[in-house]
Structure formats: structure tokens, C-alpha cells
Design a protein around this ligand. Structure first.
Ligand SMILES: [Zn+2]
Length: 123
């Protein structure tokens, strides 16, 4: 189940950026070609986020459709499913430019706690 490994990576990246702050939501971009099952990823995230500052955070998955440039006819467009081919001429000689993303795009942390920490002064 590779979604679990992906979820684990998301948790690690997000908690590093959150630096101890409580995470409310995570925006994720997942390319179509990653063949990630959203439900499995959500489930895996729930599991791996348990006991971290990410527990209970909402995972927003934005699916990025596959797109690329055709080396045969120079068209740029959607590639659809495997085998990847040009939508215009049908050639298989395409350069994939979108659809392989797997990145944490944004992180929403609980603001009140950050301000509290700041106004509370340092020990
Ligand atoms: Zn083409």
C-alpha cells in the first residue's frame, strides 16, 4: 500500500514546517500519474498523523491531471491514461509536464496558538 508511505512523507514534511504548531489543514497536489487512491491516502494520513500535531487536520487533495507536450506534432494538452499519448495525433512520444506532482502546497496552522506563544513571551 504505497499510500501509507506517501502519508508518512506528508506527515514528516508538514510537521517539520509546522514546527510544533497545531495543523488545521493541509493542501496537497497529487498528480494523476501517481495513481494515488484518495481514500487510501486519507486513511493512511489519519493513521500516521495520530499523536502528532497533525492529528485531526483536514487533508485537501487536489488532483492534477496529466498533461504534456507531443514530440511528434508539438501539441500541448491532456494525456489521459496509460499508455500516455498525444490527444491530437495519437503519438506515444510525449514529454510529461504535469501529472507527476506530489507536494504539500499549503499548510494551515492554528493561528491563535502562534499568537499566544508570541505574546506570552519566552521563558
Ligand atoms: Zn501529437
Amino acid at each position: 500500500m504505497h499510500e501509507l508511505a506517501i502519508a508518512d512523507a506528508i506527515v514528516q514534511v508538514a510537521s517539520r514546517h509546522a514546527a510544533g504548531r497545531r495543523v488545521v489543514a493541509i493542501d496537497l497536489r497529487v498528480g494523476h500519474l501517481r495513481q494515488v487512491v484518495a481514500d487510501s491516502l486519507l486513511f493512511g494520513f489519519e493513521l500516521t498523523a495520530q499523536g502528532t500535531s497533525l492529528e485531526g487536520a483536514q487533508l485537501n487533495i487536489e488532483a492534477v491531471p496529466a498533461a504534456g507536450a507531443c514530440r511528434a506534432c508539438d501539441a500541448y494538452g491532456p494525456l489521459g491514461d496509460f499508455p500516455l499519448s498525444c490527444a491530437r495525433c495519437g503519438a506515444l512520444d510525449v514529454e510529461v509536464l504535469e501529472g507527476e506532482e506530489l507536494e504539500v502546497e499549503a499548510l494551515e496552522v492554528e493561528r491563535s496558538e502562534v499568537e499566544m506563544a508570541r505574546s506570552g513571551g519566552s521563558p
